[in-house]
Structure formats: structure tokens, C-alpha cells
Write a protein that binds this ligand. Structure first.
Ligand code: BES
Ligand code: ZN
Ligand code: ZN
Length: 349
């Protein structure tokens, strides 16, 4: 139903338009996350993003990379998760080239795109497993953020990368103790197939470096431990770059979709690199601090100095503690990502 609203002054009109844009893009992420896993498969997800991005701005490029491309790229870690399902994986690569200079280093966003996380051989309990259809929340929010930047015609270059696949149990999938090789040659011992997000992101983070990025930011529903630590109160941000943390924090104060800083200490890396069969283990040695050891694992695949990892597991679903959200998938923190992009583009101008 069309709504008629009387607004006074151009500032109010502008603020209203901004609010509508932010809300629409959060709704796009909510839709992608909420839709059942037998409909929102990797290919469908990629097609929806392609349609939204292409209609937002002509300065865009979309590559829906198939399994053969992923194989050529030697993304053995991503493939080891994807091979457990008959559903074809996709590596989604999107570009928005809003900067007057096409070669300006882009901001690169990366998102976890597990369209259903059963846990694999380390299978999850059935209760609430249906929620794991939203385990592509990282991919949904970063792609929605880039669609917004394209809609706003922001004068910056942004690249979005999302490894998309299902995490299923089958005779082809990783067994515990298997060793897989990531794109950069590092070997990974898979001691828990439910820590699949780390496996697919390892390869995406290696690939990021080919774009000469200005900044790398990944969003992912990575760990139950982050949910236990912060719940739906805030996204956990792991970064050593205070400038980047401050920008994200300021954006989150504006939108109300909050972030909270978490440690990226080398202390946690020891739990990951102390590994019997490979360079790194996909889970920490002890059961504690799962969110921090997962961040330490990702860090092993990042050589770029400007990187932030956002763990959004706690805010994937809405219980009843966020008054403006209905029960279900939240599409968070899309609005904070958009606000961050606005601030970043003002700074780069
Ligand atoms: N997708 C889950 C994390 C998650 C949990 C997201 C709850 C949203 C809500 C992730 O793949 C996972 O299962 N992680 C394991 C890691 C563990 C095996 C080291 C976890 O957190 O239990
Ligand atoms: Zn997962
Ligand atoms: Zn999992």
C-alpha cells in the first residue's frame, strides 16, 4: 500500500529516502536468509544478487563462477566442503566501479555463503537445525551493502566475494582428520566438519589478495561461541586496525545495529597452528574461545595489513529482544555496512 507522508524541508525528505533505502536493503538480506534452503541454493542466491546489482547501476560486473572455475583456482578447502552436496557450488564475484578512476584499489567485502549448514559428518542436532538455512547471512549482508552503494552511486570501487555451497554429510565429504590444501598452498587438518565457514573463507581470503585491495572486510555467521558471548546485542569485530574499528563503530552508533570489538591476539593462534598433520587446524585445541580461535584461523590466510573480520552469528536470528524486528532472520548488520560505506566514500572523496 502506498503511504502518503508529509515532510517539511529537503533535509527531512533526504533522511526519509535514506531510511527507505537502508530498510529495503536489510529486507533483501532478510529475504535471502529466511527463504528455505531447497529454494535459496547457491545458484539462485547468485542470480538474485545479479538482478539487484544490475538494476541498481550500470557500473557493475557479476561473475557467477562454477565448480570448474573453483577447481582451476585450486580452492581445495572450499571444494572439500562443497563436494559433500550434489547441489552445485558457486563462487560469486561482484564488482561496483563507482570511482572516476577504474583502477583505484577496491574495498573488498567477503561473505560466508553456506546455504544450509547441517554440520557435515560432525552433524548438528536436529532441534533448530532449520535455522542454518541462514548461514549465508554474511554473503547476504555484504552483497546487499554493495547493491546499496551502487544504488547511491557512491564514488568508490567495491568488490564482493561469496563462496556459496551447502555443508552436507555424504560419502564424498571431509572425514575428521582429513587434510585439505587451500589456494595459497597452506594445508588444513579438518578436525570438525561443522567449522566449515573457516574452510570456505580460507580460499576466498587467499583470492582477495589478487585484487590489490584497499581494505578487506569479511562478514560471517561463523561461531556459536560468538552467539554465546554477545548474543544479538552486537556483531563481533576482530581487527588490529583501530581506524577501521572506529569507522565501523561510528557507523553502528548511527544505525543502532551495533558492533563490539573482540581480540585478535597471537595467543589464540597457538591453538590453531599447533597441528599434527597440517599447517593449521580448522578448530582450536581447547573448547573455549571458539570465536577467537576461528578469527585466528582466518588471520592465517590474510597477509594484507588492513583487514576486519565480522562474526555475525549472534544476530542471525531475532528472538524477541529487538523490538523493530519480527521473529525470524534479521538481515543484520546490513545497515551498519551501508553506513560504513557512506563514511568510507566521504573520506575517499
Ligand atoms: N554456522 C555455524 C555457526 C552458528 C551457530 C551460526 C549459531 C549462527 C548461530 C558454524 O558453521 C558452526 O557450526 N560452528 C561451530 C564451530 C565448532 C565446531 C568449532 C560452532 O560454533 O559450534
Ligand atoms: Zn556454518
Ligand atoms: Zn557449521
Amino acid at each position: 500500500m502506498a503511504m502518503s507522508v508529509k515532510l517539511y524541508g529537503s533535509g527531512a525528505q533526504e533522511a526519509w529516502q535514506k531510511g527507505v533505502l537502508f530498510a529495503c536493503r536489510q529486507n533483501l538480506a532478510r529475504h535471502l536468509m529466511e527463504t528455505q534452503a531447497n529454494e535459496m541454493m547457491p545458484t539462485r542466491f547468485a542470480e538474485i544478487i545479479e538482478k539487484n546489482l544490475k538494476s541498481a547501476n550500470s557500473k557493475t560486473e557479476v561473475h557467477i563462477r562454477p565448480r570448474s572455475w573453483i577447481e582451476e583456482q585450486a580452492m581445495g578447502s572450499f571444494l572439500s566442503v562443497a563436494k559433500g552436496s550434489d547441489e552445485p557450488p558457486v563462487f560469486l564475484e561482484i564488482h561496483y566501479k563507482g570511482s572516476p578512476s577504474a583502477n583505484k584499489p577496491p574495498l573488498v567485502f567477503v561473505g560466508k555463503g553456506i546455504t544450509f549448514d547441517s554440520g557435515g559428518i560432525s552433524i548438528k542436532a536436529s532441534a533448530n537445525m532449520d535455522l542454518m538455512r541462514a548461514d549465508m547471512g554474511g554473503a547476504a549482508t555484504i552483497c546487499s551493502g554493495i547493491v546499496s552503494a551502487a544504488k547511491l552511486n557512491l564514488p568508490i570501487n567495491i568488490t564482493g566475494l561469496a563462496p556459496l555451497c551447502e555443508n552436507m554429510p555424504s560419502s564424498k565429504v571431509n572425514k575428521l582428520g582429513d587434510v585439505v590444501r587451500a589456494r595459497n598452498g597452506k594445508t588444513i587438518q579438518v578436525d570438525n566438519t561443522d567449522a566449515e565457514g573457516s574452510l570456505i573463507l580460507a580460499d576466498a581470503l587467499c583470492y582477495v589478495h589478487t585484487f590489490n585491495p584497499k581494505i578487506i572486510l569479511n562478514a560471517t555467521t561463523l561461531t556459536g561461541a560468538l552467539d554465546i558471548a554477545l548474543g544479538s546485542g552486537a556483531t563481533g569485530v576482530f581487527t588490529n586496525l583501530s581506524w577501521l574499528w572506529n569507522k565501523l563503530f561510528e557507523a553502528s552508533i548511527e544505525t543502532g545495529d551495533r558492533v563490539w570489538r573482540m581480540p585478535l591476539f597471537k595467543h589464540y593462534t597457538r591453538q590453531i597452528v599447533d597441528c599434527q598433520l597440517a599447517d593449521v587446524n580448522n578448530v582450536g585445541k581447547y573448547r573455549c574461545v571458539g570465536a577467537c580461535t576461528a578469527a585466528a584461523f582466518l588471520r592465517e590466510f590474510v597477509t594484507h595489513p588492513k583487514w576486519a573480520h565480522l562474526d555475525t552469528a549472534g544476530m542471525m536470528t531475532s528472538k524477541d529482544e529487538v523490538p523493530y524486528l519480527q521473529k525470524g532472520m534479521t538481515g543484520r548488520p546490513t545497515r551498519t555496512l551501508i553506513d560504513f560505506l557512506l563514511r568510507f566514500s566521504q573520506d575517499s572523496a
